[in-house]
Design a protein around this ligand. Structure first.
Ligand SMILES: CCCCCCCCCCCCC/C=C/[C@@H](O)[C@H](CO)NC(=O)CCCCCCCCCCCCCCC
Ligand SMILES: Nc1ncnc2c1ncn2[C@@H]1O[C@H](COP(=O)(O)OP(=O)(O)OP(=O)(O)O)[C@@H](O)[C@H]1O
Ligand SMILES: [Ca+2]
Length: 560
């Protein structure tokens, strides 16, 4: 099929200028019909053209009312113009603005011939109907209490109009309690009716949707989630995230922005981004799934403290962050992990996961993965450590990032080179160190310096890992036998010793939720879910094709 072959080509009017408009299977282009124009200075000015990919057209429809945001003079001119060219259609399309943000922009073409106008609408719509990845029907859950409690307003004012324009039908549920969305998805929702599930809220709300959908899929396929080795069935329905939370890390790391209109447009164009999910078990009990950060020690303590300060909103993380930093606790335990093999890069290689990432393109067939894994599992089950690496130590933090965890607080994230869909997580071990060193390490999450380039930090790309805390009693006895001066603490906190001994156990935070067990087994499930996203785009795509960059096309209206 020749993608360049013209489907339609007409001379139409855009505002008062005649333009040559061409539609082929992949692109809509318009350029001034009268190529050579003379400026008053007499210098000839080249014509310019503008093009929009068909897959980024939101909708096309007949235009009844030409916009009225004009001066009286231009309204009069517009009236005369619309008497001459009374038929018009409007194309709404994705326009890239700054920092990975998208807006819905409109361009209206006029003509004097109704048939021609109808033909443009019909042929463009025919092309749009060939884009089968686009959702037609969505189930939307809104958390009215997430983040700054603006979820409902954000949806009604910014997102619903975009869905309406794209002709997407929605069923909207405003949640009435925590876990409402999860329970509804798990047991009640008729998922056959929908092409996607959308959550309006933060990472906690996303986690509800994740758990509801993944559990529902396993139940429907008779898979027992409590089995550590269970081969989980990927979810067939995609998830959309409209950011309205405190961190919005999952949205930020998959889109590059936490902006509701941008996310709505990624849903409309039917993007698809596969994502890894970690399953977390305590022996034979399934605990939770995680897609972003599993953290023990610093982040576990931070989250424990911040849960008591929910009323503070997003600021709770900063306050608890400072408090936890000052406590400067460390924890003893054993971390075992199965390193990722093959061509999957490593956490220090600076190859960031971007839209179309070649590392994430290759999904090992579940059979290969399964047989490779079961060999190793057998070895470890027999007491043979197989390829498992084992590290005993004193840790300030143990973090597992299944993706970069980029967010506005840390634009490159917890593990800048982690991949969204490679079947691995980056396991970051921060050993006992001075407060100053730990501060330096934290600070590097916010600047360009490498947060792994410290002697007390190590990072491994893993498929599975386990953690076993050292028993409270043993830890305190052993610690008390060490001379205090050897502990290497910087005595900022007068209750230093008490702080360090008070909590021999931390907790795990799993995407912002606290786990009830400290001994856990974690397994990365490659590409278990898909989001309406495409990963962070490398560069803003060239959308304007100026033959002469000095000439500026009159700006069309865009929806905010
Ligand atoms: C000196 C500045 C250091 C800044 C260090 C920033 C590191 C940021 C790393 C962010 C990783 C976010 C991962 C996101 C996980 C989400 O699934 C989860 C649910 O929303 N959120 C959190 O767990 C919530 C995690 C919240 C993390 C907030 C960290 C704030 C730390 C403040 C430390 C202050 C030290 C001050 C010393 C005087
Ligand atoms: N109607 C509701 N009432 C109370 N809690 C709710 C309701 N709906 C959802 N929740 C819970 O609120 C918690 C927080 O929601 P959400 O993730 O949207 O915002 P946030 O915590 O402010 O943001 P983030 O998770 O990004 O830090 C979620 O864990 C979710 O289970
Ligand atoms: Ca990954």
């Amino acid at each position: 099929m020749d993608k360049q072959a013209k489907l339609l080509s007409s001379r139409l009017f855009l505002k008062h200028r005649q333009v040559e408009v061409v539609l082929n299977r992949s692109v809509l282009t318009w350029k001034e019909a009268d190529k050579e124009r003379k400026r008053s200075s007499g210098i000839s000015e080249g014509a310019h053209s503008r093009s929009v990919q068909v897959c980024e057209i939101v909708a096309v429809s007949r235009t009844e009312d030409v916009d009225d945001k004009r001066t009286r003079k231009s309204r009069k001119e517009a009236k005369q113009h619309s008497q001459l060219y009374p038929h018009a259609f409007t194309v709404s399309y994705v326009m890239r603005t700054r920092r990975h943000q998208w807006r819905c922009s409109d361009v209206t073409f006029h003509c004097d011939n109704q048939e021609l106008c109808d033909q443009w609408i019909r042929v463009t719509n025919e092309q749009l109907s060939l884009l089968t990845d686009r959702p037609k029907s969505l189930l939307v859950y809104i958390n009215p209490f997430g983040g700054k409690r603006r979820g409902k307003r954000i949806y009604e004012q910014k997102v619903a109009p975009v869905f309406h324009r794209a002709g997407i039908s929605t069923d909207v549920i405003v949640t009435e309690r925590a876990n409402h969305a999860r329970d509804h998805l798990e047991t009640e929702a008729n998922l056959d009716k929908y092409d996607g599930v959308v959550c309006v809220g933060g990472d906690g709300m996303f986690s509800e949707i994740l758990h509801g959908l993944v559990s529902r899929t396993q139940t429907d396929h008779d898979v027992d989630q409590n089995q550590l080795d269970a081969e989980l069935v990927p979810c067939s329905i995609r998830i959309g995230i409209i950011p309205a939370g405190s961190t919005d890390c999952i949205c930020f790391a998959t889109v590059g922005a936490n902006d509701p209109v941008t996310s709505a447009l990624h849903i409309v164009v039917g993007d698809s981004q596969p994502m890894d999910v970690c399953s977390v078990h305590h022996n034979d009990i399934f605990l939770r799934y995680s897609v972003s950060l599993l953290g023990y020690g610093f982040y576990g303590d931070l989250l424990t403290d911040s849960e008591r300060k929910r009323w503070l909103g997003p600021a709770r993380y900063d306050l608890s962050g400072v408090k936890t930093f000052l406590s400067h606790n460390y924890y003893k335990g054993t971390v075992s992990f199965l390193p990722a093999e093959g061509n999957l890069g490593n956490p220090k290689d600076k190859q960031q996961c971007r839209s179309g990432c070649h590392i994430c393109q290759h999904k090992p067939s579940s059979k290969d993965q399964h047989s490779e894994m079961s060999d190793k599992k057998e070895k470890s089950a027999k007491g043979d450590s197989g390829d498992w690496n084992v590290i005993h130590g004193k840790f300030i933090a143990i973090n597992a990032a299944t993706m970069s965890c980029a967010c506005p607080r840390s634009p490159k994230g917890m593990s800048p080179s982690a991949h969204l869909a490679d079947g691995t997580a980056d396991l970051i071990l921060v050993r006992k160190c001075s407060r100053l060193d730990f501060f330096r390490h934290l600070l590097r999450h916010t600047n360009k310096n490498d947060q792994f380039d410290h002697s007390f930090v190590e990072v491994h790309r893993v498929r599975k890992f386990r953690f076993q805390p050292q028993h409270l009693k043993l830890a305190s006895l052993e610690d008390l036998s060490e001379p205090l001066q050897k502990k290497g603490f910087n005595p900022i906190c007068s209750a230093q010793t008490a702080c360090s001994y008070s909590a021999a156990h931390s907790s795990w935070t799993c995407d912002g939720e606290l786990l009830p067990h400290t001994a856990i087994q974690v397994s990365v499930q490659c590409q278990l879910i898909r989001l309406f996203a495409r990963g962070i785009e490398e560069q803003q795509q060239q959308q304007f094709v100026f033959e002469d960059p000095c000439t500026l096309w009159p700006l069309e209206q865009s929806t905010n």
